[in-house]
Ligand binder design. Structure first.
Ligand code: PLP
Length: 392
């Protein structure tokens, strides 16, 4: 019997992948499945980005690159952050990683250990808690409340800090709720955290360019007071429909950058070279594909919210960011996970049960509207028929 470390008794997963596997299996058996489960844009990566990767290979860019990424790409990231957020970032603080997720893995590994507290959003991206548990640190959920528009509360977050807190994880715009935290709340949080220079902040802004109705994205990068301990997580997956390319980046503060570089050297040496050239083309090329994708998501967002609110026992807030709706299903009488499972097995609609994103996700399900308007309408009809026939 092999004896691995204890953390493996606690490490979790992302149930969205299990739902995807089951949906794929049912489809292979001939069932007509509408997938509103998976969190990836259903658009193709824009052509000029694909071409840049092909050209990079033809030009002979097939070897190792510096561990933190090619300099032109790190420079382009810094320039993009300046263009979008007016933030001054040195390319020396940027680390290109194989997917945005890798930055949370690195940050949680850096700070997580028995005796340490790490705050994370609940409901939130499941890997935060999974990795915190893996390290043996104490996961401290920060409740993300529907009545608060699914924004995090500065006051509540600050009230959960202890002398043992080493890392606070923030996510806005948020998965799974689509919530966007207003600037005033972020300002209040930053002000509170100024008294605790021993706490690092991981701000997951992977959906930073995905907001609606002109709702501005407020980045933690804008706050000088915490820049010396801010880790910014971002990447290409969502903005440029590049989930399978595995391209992400982080901005690390001076006091952590060398540790981040060493983790990169130890774990993956460098990110796939042609993918880095694709990332460069994405940042330097035309941005109209991003705007076009967001216009389409906006149409679907309205469709999905209107349709959900017409279902018996279901009420949905209008998400202000990302491409998820997180309807309240408490009045249906169903628990969230059995409902998600029944919708897939009986109605052929894949969604994710709220508890897959944390204890406070009970009473909610997540629908990703990364699917065609036609399929979303069909899914809503199926959900209506199912709920009419299956009162819990
Ligand atoms: N952060 C959040 C909040 C996400 O929802 C996701 C992906 O779903 C990621 C990070 C990871 O993105 P990537 O696919 O680039 O690893």
């Amino acid at each position: 019997m092999l004896k691995t470390i204890e953390g493996f008794n606690r490490i979790g997963e992302e149930n969205a992948f299990a739902v995807l596997a089951r949906a794929t299996q049912l489809a292979a058996e001939g069932r007509d499945i509408i997938n509103l489960g998976i969190g990836q844009p259903d658009f193709r990566t824009p052509e000029h980005i694909v071409e840049a990767a092909v050209k990079a290979l033809r030009d002979g860019h097939h070897g190792y690159t510096p561990a933190t990424g090619i300099l032109p790409l790190r420079e382009a990231v810094a320039k993009d952050l300046h263009r979008r957020l007016s933030a001054e970032v040195s390319p020396d603080n940027v680390v290109i990683v194989p997917g945005g997720k890798v930055t949370m893995f690195m940050a949680i590994l850096m700070f997580g250990a028995p005796g340490v507290d790490i705050l994370y959003p609940d409901p939130g991206f499941p890997i935060y808690r999974s990795m915190i548990e893996f390290t043996g640190a104490r996961p401290v959920p920060v409740p993300i409340r529907e009545e608060n528009g699914f924004a995090f509360s500065a006051e509540e977050t600050l009230s959960l800090l202890t002398p043992e807190t080493r890392l606070v994880i923030l996510n806005s715009p948020a998965n799974p709720t689509g919530g966007v935290t207003p600037r005033a709340e972020i300002e209040a949080l930053v002000e509170g955290l100024e008294a605790r220079p021993d706490i690092a902040i991981l701000s997951d802004e992977i959906y930073g360019q995905m907001t609606y109705d002109g709702a501005p994205h407020c980045s933690l990068l804008e706050f000088e007071a915490v820049r010396d301990r801010l880790i910014l997580l971002d990447g290409w997956s969502k903005t440029y429909a590049m989930t399978g390319w595995r391209m992400g980046y982080a901005v690390w503060p001076d006091q952590l950058i060398d540790k981040a570089r060493k983790l990169a050297v130890n774990a993956w040496s460098c990110v796939n070279a042609p993918a880095q050239y694709a990332g460069l083309a994405a940042l330097e090329g035309p941005q109209d594909a991003v705007a076009e994708m967001m216009r389409e998501f906006d149409i679907r967002r309205k469709l999905v919210v209107e349709g959900l609110n017409a279902l018996p026992g279901v009420s949905a807030r209008t998400p202000m960011g990302a491409f998820y709706a997180f309807p309240n299903i408490k009045e249906t009488g169903w628990k969230a996970k059995p409902l998600a499972s029944a919708l897939l097995e009986k109605a052929g609609v894949a969604v994710i049960g709220g508890p897959d994103f944390g204890i406070l996700g009970e009473g909610y399900i997540r629908l990703s509207y990364a699917n065609s308007a036609e399929n979303i309408s069909r899914a809503l009809t199926r959900m209506r028929d199912f709920l009419d026939e299956n009162a819990a």
